[in-house]
Design a protein around this ligand. Structure first.
Ligand code: NI
Length: 395
């Protein structure tokens, strides 16, 4: 039987798994129940299983006819601190926590790919390392797993990951043979002035004034400093200051994110960021303290892997719509696992507008059309077999 048909037979089981994870969402580094189920299922498939990597991460290794090459398949497990409003029968049973990005689907897909490939061990011309990762949502789970040696023992030659994509309908697949998701940085700015009575501003130094000037001026980086044909985002997303209507506070704190694709564009943004914050703060009489740290690298797909996966999608899904130009300023920490090896991040259209399943990621009503899942399982399993077989980039 063809792998695709086998995956379609598993459809009910895939959906049951996904709904179980959906009912029981766990935040980053707290994925104890999820990781427990993952470890138990991978062990039952006869894999070498390691648990507790970067807190709750799980690795399962399956060896085929030969040891090399080694393909890493990564699936993220964490949920978000959101109160679910879908009203679905399988909605979150933990108020304030929700699988609003679709990582529940990723775990279900990953376990199903593992089951499918374990039954086809004889077709594997190498080793597959299944990686179930904690804390993708800004928690740095992928980086922690890489630090814990997930790319070694055995050494990984290729990495592949996936994400359900609710901006696009079922049948759509995003496979860009180059930069597809931006690299992200997180910043925090602490402005210190001098507290005073609200009626006596001349006796204080107002950090709120400095904050507002800085927020406005930062927007000139993308509009005045970066080449309009390049991509960059600077967003201030939190503003915190003050405790009462008649007190000029001592401090104001801003946090936000910077997104870029190219290192040289980031360098330019970073230089202007420091110049603006430090000098505007000084001009307003405040002291400034800046923290700017990398959250993710950009996701830059390997053209050979993308070409192989594009063939797989075309063969398996009759009327697949393949988008080779997809790009988003959203970011993915899977980029840490494809920094040193060729990688491919597959985006799987999961929306169904007619059924109201088209809310965006991180929305309290986010839900997907589960018809997207079984084909994704087939594509990843078939792709894995072919990557090991053809060993791209090795000549
Ligand atoms: Ni996500």
């Amino acid at each position: 039987m063809k792998l695709f048909d086998e995956a379609m037979i598993m459809q009910d089981e895939i959906i049951r798994l996904r709904r179980d994870f959906h009912r029981h969402p766990e935040l980053g580094f707290e994925e104890v129940r999820t990781a427990g189920i993952v470890a138990q299922q991978l062990t039952a498939l006869g894999m070498e299983v390691k648990t507790g990597i970067a807190e709750t991460g799980v690795i399962g290794i399956i060896r085929g006819k030969s040891d090399a090459p080694v393909l890493l398949l990564r699936f993220d497990m964490d949920a978000l601190p959101i109160l679910e409003e879908t009203g679905a029968p399988y909605a979150s049973e933990t108020p304030g926590k929700m699988h609003a990005c679709g990582h529940d689907s990723h775990v279900a897909v990953g376990l199903s790919v593992a089951k499918l490939l374990a039954a086809h061990k004889e077709d594997l011309a190498g080793t597959i390392k299944f990686v179930f990762q904690p804390a993708e949502e800004g928690g740095g789970g992928a980086e922690r797993m890489v630090e814990a040696g997930v790319l070694d023992n055995p050494k990984v030659d290729y990495s592949m990951g996936m994400h359900v994509w609710n901006d696009k309908p079922v049948g759509w697949f995003g496979l860009n043979p180059g930069p597809s998701m931006a690299g992200g940085h997180i910043f925090s700015i602490k402005l210190t002035g001098k507290g005073a009575h609200g009626a006596s501003p001349h006796q204080g130094i107002d950090p709120i004034m400095a904050a507002t000037q800085i927020i406005s001026s930062l927007q000139t980086i993308t509009s005045r400093n970066i080449n309009p044909l390049e991509s960059a985002v600077v967003s201030v997303c939190t503003v915190n200051a003050g405790s009462a209507f008649n007190i000029i506070p001592q401090e104001a704190v801003l946090t936000g994110t910077i997104r870029t694709f190219k290192p040289e564009v980031f360098e330019k943004v970073q230089t202007r960021f420091y110049e603006i914050v430090e000098n505007v703060a000084t001009a307003m009489g405040c002291q400034s303290e800046i923290s700017l740290t990398r959250m993710t690298y950009p996701v830059i797909n390997d053209p050979e892997l993308v070409s192989l996966m594009t063939d797989v999608v075309k063969e398996l899904v009759a009327d697949a719509k393949i988008d080779a130009a997809i790009q988003t300023m959203g970011s993915e920490d899977f980029s840490f696992m494809m920094q040193d090896v060729p990688g491919c991040f597959l985006m799987v259209g999961s929306a169904n507008k007619e059924r109201g399943l088209d809310y965006g990621h991180h929305h309290p009503k986010f839900d997907i059309d589960e018809a997207s899942l079984a084909p994704a399982v087939a594509i990843l399993a078939e792709g894995a077999i072919r990557i090991l077989e053809s060993h791209p980039n090795s000549k």
